[in-house]
Write a protein that binds this ligand. Structure first.
Ligand code: BES
Ligand code: ZN
Ligand code: ZN
Length: 498
């Protein structure tokens, strides 16, 4: 899909479909009134007759009205102007594309009224982001559906800024930003949706290498031998049950002339989580190809940032492996030594993510991060606490607000959970420094506290538990079915605030 921006007015709009974004005072909108005049006052009359009130995400379609004009005119509501924010804009872009994915719609003009304090410049990039990622479907294994989806996809969208709209250059930049992030979200979704059979640690590492070559970041891939040399004992323990050996993937985006310590991102990279000997029931395993959504998020984010040319050094790390059973697999009751020297008693092999992340975090600290953020589909407990639509944020006080603000600006849902020091004792082991489970209560918190044992006390660090929103059984808002790419927009916003 091609996205462009024009600072122009109604007269310059071309295409087969015209979308006008309107608030709840839609019948006073200058563009609507002008168009209405050209249409013998029938647009407003018919929209009113149909009960259109400009409410958020409501729409009205006028079909084939003019023989020589647009084939259809769509009024798309965003309700009260003060409610218009990043999330609403993103959802709007998404919903416009979903609604207009028809064989007869190819070229869409989206008319935006700026000024009147409604549409702010940066919301344009969210609209573009939503438009680009809203039509996403994972259909590569459904040949006929893929052809149908391709035929009905919109080919081109032109955003037209009227009134006090950003200049052509500023508007184009905003659309480009949305496009780069939206496309990277789709890349992240593809990585998650690919079944584990065709997304092994080695395949994942190769895909990341290709992305690095294409978009401009370097990728170092280390094999088991090198991981052993780094003494990543916890990572290796989890990995050893699979015939597909692990990979340690380090991505570096270092723009020329940029000094200072990097922001380091770590993604949980369980290409598959069977639970190991603490085996999951089959139903819980159905979606466990998604246990690398944290790694897909850091790959998507660094891809977007490289494309945008952000002025900040960023490193992304993934300890990629599979949690499987077999003669080689680690056992319940085993003790392993982490890269930082701490010993861990494994009392549940399904609490494997924290083990791989522990070593990945130790390794991440060797880059002296200005800020360290990990993303992980870490606990079912987080989903119990916050539901399937919200990321759990377990952050140190020295960066918690910064991270939560980034979620807000990005238009993604997150909620803080405490790193409660009183609960640390739940991770005490009788025979090792730590055990990898903390008991029945507050599972998302004890998981966060476990990770904290591997992060220097002074380090600015946030752990994002994305187990809820990373993978959806059915679409909700801009969270698509399957892998959602959650976290990518927020990470970009965190590193490069808009
Ligand atoms: N990958 C799972 C967490 C998960 C659950 C992700 C649901 C996505 C959706 C993780 O490795 C896991 O199994 N965690 C255990 C921890 C427990 C054994 C302490 C859990 O949440 O049950
Ligand atoms: Zn698990
Ligand atoms: Zn897991």
């Amino acid at each position: 899909m091609q996205l462009t921006y024009l600072k122009a007015d109604l007269k310059k709009a071309t295409g087969d479909t015209l979308v006008i974004l309107v608030n709840n005072k839609w019948d006073k909108n200058k563009n609507v009134l002008e168009l209405d005049k050209n249409l013998d006052n029938k647009l407003v009359k018919r929209a009113k007759a149909a009960g259109f009130k400009g409410k958020q995400h409501s729409s009205f379609v006028l079909q084939n009205f003019l023989a020589d004009g647009f084939d259809r005119i769509v009024l798309f509501g965003y309700g009260k102007p003060e409610k218009l924010d990043s999330e609403v804009s993103w959802d709007m872009g998404h919903k416009i594309v979903k609604k207009l994915s028809l064989k007869t719609v190819n070229n869409v003009a989206v008319l935006l009224t700026f000024g009147e304090k409604d549409f702010k410049n940066k919301l344009l990039s969210k609209l573009a982001l939503g438009a680009l990622s809203g039509g996403y479907v994972f259909d590569k294994y459904k040949k006929q559906a893929a052809k149908k989806n391709k035929d009905s996809a919109i080919k081109k969208i032109t955003f037209i800024g009227t009134g006090d709209a950003p200049t052509a250059a500023a508007g184009k930049k905003a659309v480009k930003r949305g496009e780069a992030i939206g496309d990277s979200i789709n890349i992240g979704r593809d990585l998650v949706n690919e079944p584990a059979e065709s997304m092994t640690p080695a395949i994942f590492a190769n895909q990341v290498k290709k992305l690095g070559q294409k978009f401009g970041f370097t990728v170092k891939v280390e094999t088991e031998k090198q991981i052993k040399a780094k003494k990543m004992g916890l990572f290796l323990a989890v990995a050893r049950g699979s015939k597909n050996p692990p990979r340690l993937v380090t991505m570096t985006y270092a723009p020329k002339g940029v000094k200072g310590n990097p922001i380091v991102l770590v993604g949980k990279g369980l290409m598959y989580d069977s639970g190991g000997y603490s085996l999951k029931p089959s139903a819980s395993m159905e979606t466990m190809k998604c246990d690398m959504a944290g790694s897909a998020a850091v790959v998507g984010a660094i891809t977007a940032m490289a494309r945008l040319g952000v002025k900040k050094k960023v490193i992304a790390i993934v300890a990629a492996c599979e949690n499987m059973i077999g003669g080689q697999a680690y056992r319940v009751g085993d003790i392993f030594t982490a890269m930082n020297g701490k010993t861990v008693e494994v009392l549940n092999t399904d609490a494997e993510g924290r083990l791989t992340l522990a070593d990945a975090l130790t390794y991440a600290e060797s880059f002296k991060p200005e800020l360290l953020v990990d993303l992980a589909t870490l606990t079912g407990a987080c989903v119990v606490a916050l539901g399937q639509g919200t990321v759990g944020v377990l952050a140190r006080d020295n960066c918690s607000d910064k991270v939560l603000d980034a979620f807000d600006r990005a238009g993604e849902y997150a909620w803080p959970l405490p790193l409660d020091p009183r609960m640390k004792k739940l991770l005490k082991s009788d025979i090792a420094d730590l055990k990898n489970i903390g008991g029945r209560w507050g599972g998302a918190i004890t998981a966060g506290l476990f990770l904290e044992e591997f992060v220097d006390k002074k380090q600015k660090w946030a752990h994002l538990d994305i187990a809820g929103p990373a993978f959806q059984n059915s679409a909700e808002g801009h969270l698509v079915k399957g892998g959602t790419g959650v976290g990518i927009a927020t990470l970009v916003e965190l590193v490069d605030p808009s």
